[in-house]
Design a protein around this ligand. Structure first.
Ligand SMILES: *Cc1c(COP(=O)(O)O)cnc(C)c1O
Length: 223
């Protein structure tokens, strides 16, 4: 068995049944994705729309494509026909554009709202107040072509496990609050909490993750 197949099987086993494994294949060649496909992997994650679209065109159509990277509004139209879940919705304007392009394609696009939980400035996302403001906004309530499936967050890139855990806990808390306060209409099926990557997925699972995004531990490090 090759390394990709082996790591995939191992990971799928270790996250099942708590969470869905999204294998992050960004920067990797088609042959690596084919190998993952042959090992039964159907959820793949990419962070650039153009790269994801080229891979989608080439590979079998039963793959579920996850967009996990910061997205420019003018490129949403390229993935709108096929994307399975956009994890990285980080502004009201982006959500508006996704709704518009979903409507043009006669689809409902699944989205996660990205929450800023890390201490690093560079990570995108809403804070809790901005999130609540969005969910209460009348314009948002009229977006009929997006479904908000849950939240996504990235912890600080650090060896300090306590800090990572605190950040994931805060995301899980926000998730629970939105659910329990019924801030979303029931058609949204708010059930997914996307948190955890190669370096921190174990802590994420302990804190309630339902979706982990693993790249380098499956496909090897990126150059
Ligand atoms: C690249 C990336 C991942 C995967 O990172 P690894 O550390 O290689 O597992 C997960 N989430 C996001 C948003 C990414 O950009």
């Amino acid at each position: 068995m090759s390394t990709i197949t082996e790591s995939l099987l191992r990971f799928r086993e270790s996250v099942h049944p708590t969470a869905t494994l999204v294998a992050v294949s960004k920067t990797k060649p088609i042959s690596d994705l084919e190998e993952a496909y042959d090992a039964g992997q159907r959820h793949l994650g990419e962070n650039k729309i153009q790269e994801m679209t080229e891979k989608w065109e080439t590979l079998p159509k039963d793959i579920h494509w996850h967009m996990i990277g910061h997205t420019q509004r003018n490129k949403v139209k390229y993935m709108a026909p096929y994307v399975h879940l956009i994890h990285s919705v980080d502004s009201p304007r982006l959500l508006k554009e996704i709704n518009k392009q979903a409507k043009n394609n006669d689809r409902i696009i699944n989205c996660l709202l990205q929450v800023h939980i890390a201490q690093e400035e560079s990570k995108f996302g809403f804070d809790e107040q901005e999130l609540i403001a969005l969910l209460n906004d009348q314009a948002f309530k009229e977006y009929k072509n997006v479904q908000i499936k849950g939240l996504m967050g990235m912890a600080t890139f650090t060896d300090k496990k306590d800090q990572v855990r605190t950040e994931f806990k805060s995301l899980a808390h926000t998730f629970k609050k939105i659910k329990e306060d019924h801030l979303l209409d029931s058609r949204h099926d708010f059930t997914e909490l996307s948190m955890g990557m190669t370096g921190d997925y174990e802590i994420a699972l302990e804190e309630g993750s339902t979706m982990v995004r693993i790249g380098s531990a499956i496909f090897g490090s990126r150059s």
